[in-house]
Design a protein around this ligand. Structure first.
Ligand code: HSE
Length: 440
């Protein structure tokens, strides 16, 4: 098979990027592959518009079923996004013996466990590098480059929109809503931007990384998820004064508790020391830090969103599949990096058992004994303090008091906090952020 015939579902930002690469990079890719990738057909809701790309010779249709059932298509690229109808089209393509490449993290996180066996049953490949980290080939690195390691931890800045917003809020004092609009205009944001800012997109990606790291089934619904929408410019500058930067992190770690393996998975705004590598990752850049027992720390970084970087990862998958599509050498790793019979149903570690350090911001009446009263409750729960900072003085208004704690469990911290907010001088408006030191 000297030619792999490709169909695309969805000519949005990433779909057009993928079409552009297939057309503009055809010669380069043919030299690398020893075969040609040809864009045969594409489906989009509105095919009568100016795509800004010469699509003559490409059969355009507004019915995705035409693409997933077409006799002259070997491989379908799904770039519709979201759960449905993407799931139905991908399943139909697999059932029709077509390989599938997708950038759809929501689809893989939620329905991957149905789609992997379907692909296996029909003897075709399913690949999704672009689903995590945009243009960074981090899944390939994890699945193949680190395959001899037990993975010890995964830390990721996995959402370009949030990283872009946090960076602009810090550097330019920009308003949250304005920066979100800018990220949308640049093609970073999801169709529903709450998926970005509420951490859901990061949770989709983290659940895929965790599963690939630990050989567990994907458990997206179990990921503890908090977004960045409650973070104010004042929080960002208070954190900076303490030597930290706020990043929306996805964190996954394996645990063995009483002989049972469990997986910790959480997404939340996190204080990262300014000297840590992840603190230097700004704008729409993503980064994934994976630590393995032999390799130690590895960090992968690059553009996590946008047309060209994401399409780059999509087409790398297409090329990998093209190499094996004629039944040649079978060196494609299984989609989740473990043979299917070895993938386990591991439980998720309850959030109350997760260990973290904390940044606590209270609004308190500026009167004597308040800090002592809060500290007394924390001490009662064996929570030790690293730093205390009162930001302002005011006779009548509440003022912010910030505390950094050493490590404790989430359950213990929450128990202490439920007592602290009943103290007469402490208002209900409390901000709890988790903090990671990375040994810094
Ligand atoms: N909305 C996503 C982001 C796109 O902002 O990172 C890439 O998955």
């Amino acid at each position: 098979m000297n030619e792999i015939r490709v169909g695309i579902l969805g000519l949005g930002t990433i779909g057009l990027g993928a079409a552009r690469i297939l057309i503009e990079q055809q010669t380069l890719m043919a030299r690398r592959l020893g075969k040609t990738l040809r864009l045969v057909t594409a489906a989009d809701r509105n095919v009568n518009r100016d795509f800004g790309l010469d699509l003559s010779g490409v059969r355009l249709t507004d019915d995705a079923n035409d693409v997933v059932t077409a006799d002259d298509v070997d491989l379908v690229i799904e770039l519709i996004g979201g759960y449905e109808p993407a799931r139905t089209f991908v399943a139909t393509a697999l059932e029709h013996g077509k390989h599938v490449v997708t950038a759809n993290k929501a689809l893989i996180a939620k329905h991957g466990e149905e789609l992997f066996p379907l692909a296996e049953k029909h003897g075709v490949a399913i690949a999704f590098e672009a689903a995590v980290g945009g243009g960074i080939p981090c899944l390939k690195a994890l699945r193949e480059g680190l395959a001899s390691n037990s993975v010890e931890s995964v830390y990721g800045i996995l959402n370009g929109t949030c990283n872009f917003i946090l960076t602009k809020m810090e550097n330019e004092g920009a308003d949250y809503a304005d920066v979100l609009k800018e990220a949308q205009a640049l093609g970073y944001a999801e169709a529903d931007p709450s998926f970005d800012v509420e951490g859901i997109d990061t949770a989709h990606k983290l659940s895929i990384l965790a599963s690939m790291s630990f050989g567990s089934k994907i458990n997206f619904d179990d990921v503890f998820t908090e977004g960045i929408s409650k973070i104010s410019a004042a929080d960002i500058s208070a954190v900076a004064e303490l030597g930290y930067r706020i990043k929306l992190l996805g964190i996954a770690k394996p645990h063995t508790i009483d002989g049972e393996k469990k997986v910790e998975m959480r997404v939340h705004p996190t204080l990262v020391p300014l000297s840590a590598q992840l603190a230097q990752v700004s704008d729409s850049y993503n980064a994934v830090m994976i630590s393995g027992d032999f390799v130690e720390h590895t960090v992968y970084t690059g553009r996590g969103a946008g047309e060209r970087p994401t399409a780059s990862a999509v087409i790398a998958d297409v090329m990998d599949i093209a190499r094996i599509a004629d039944g040649g050498v079978k060196y494609l790793a299984p989609p989740m990096g473990y043979v299917s019979s070895e993938r386990q149903d591991l439980k998720t570690l309850p959030m109350s058992d997760v260990q973290s350090e904390y940044y606590l911001r209270f609004m308190v009446k500026d009167e004597s004994g308040v800090i002592a009263a809060i500290s007394a409750v924390l001490a009662d729960h064996q929570i030790s303090l690293e730093a205390v900072l009162q930001k302002e003085r005011h006779a009548t208004h509440a003022v912010p008091v910030i505390m950094l704690t050493h490590g404790t469990t989430e359950g213990n911290l929450q128990a202490a906090m439920s007592r602290i907010i009943t103290l007469p001088s402490v208002q209900e408006d409390v901000l709890i952020l988790r903090k990671e030191s990375f040994g810094v």
